[in-house]
Ligand binder design. Sequence first.
Ligand code: DCP
Ligand code: MG
Length: 381
Amino acid sequence: MPNLLTEPIAKLRKIIHVDMDAFFAAVEQRDHSELQGQPAIVGGDPAGRGVVATCSYEARRFGIHSAMTAARARSLCPQAIFLRPRMEAYRKASRQVMEILQKYTPLVEPLSLDEAFLDVTVATADGILAVQIAREIRWCIQQETGLTASAGVSYNKLLAKLASDWRKPNGLFVIPPEKGLDFLSPLPVGKLHGVGPATVRKLSTLGIHTVLDLRNAERETLIAQFGKTGLWFYEIARGIDKRPVQPSRQRKSVGAERTFPQNINDPQIMLTHLQEMASQISARLITIGLAGRTISIKVRFSDFETITRAYTHVQAVWRKEDLIACLPDLLGKALPVESQPSIRLLGVSVSGMLRPEESATNTGQMDLLEDILVKSHGVRR
Ligand code: DCP
Ligand code: MG
């Protein structure tokens, strides 16, 4: 069989992905010993419209997962213990974890409060194995925070992240270069970075279900169907992911875009799409602990002319309500007055980033964050 890896083995990087187990729920179980071994759910009020932020592994056995309505979670497991989030406690644990990671390399890229990539290529140059570093990191995290983390070790971000998920919770898994392709082959395509439910459906109509199917697809077919993203699919199917670990990545914006299979003419439908994207962005901002002052929308017309319209708040915002409030006005400014609009793409983004603690007065800040976390996941009955 030909070696599909394009990078010579000697040049391969050593990447570790660390992801805390059931993070918010694990902090609660650590701090309230009566919750240990119990199905514990962190999120909104099951009697109201709250959603599950996360739950302990004991609760997962009942089929409960993040973003499900809390009411449904309660019906699946009536004896589950529901807890409101304590963001400050999670932030503190997150800071401790990130400090531990920094001891091994400055090349640490946090992705959210509970996960990060590390590039330990240099740190392993003198013979220390990446897996040894991963083992030590997991041990230190446990010692210092009383929480467990799972870690994945491989030669790029794509595989390191899949590896950390493979033995969760409290697991460690290594995918060495020669095993990368075999590991990927049987996985459903939905496991791959950047392949969401809509793409899974589209790939499935092309007869592509597993990564092996994807690898067997023609490069030209993938590009014809998915454009630039098709090229990404072609590469990741072969275990190729050249994205560097970006330590100082100061996020400049958080955004979402949608291209429509058919052009849209109805402004009300456009607004609904913009609102849905704003709601997703709000949830993402909360997970990564950021807020921004500027809300922008992007509108691409059927003739590919693309315009943006932006509104800048006095204070940084992250709540769904605040992101949504200016959308009708921005859309109104973007659409032509005289002719009927025909739109092929819409996008929303938040920029001018600040950390939430810099973005509002401290009074009630945590209550507010907790409230947001529960309300903003967008799942409404
Ligand atoms: N989170 C959230 N809403 C979501 C997903 C996650 O509020 N829809 C929060 C709660 C999680 C934390 O982010 O504890 C980390 O997310 P993960 O996806 O890493 O999930 P967990 O750490 O809870 O569990 P796992 O063991 O699967 O990593
Ligand atoms: Mg996690």
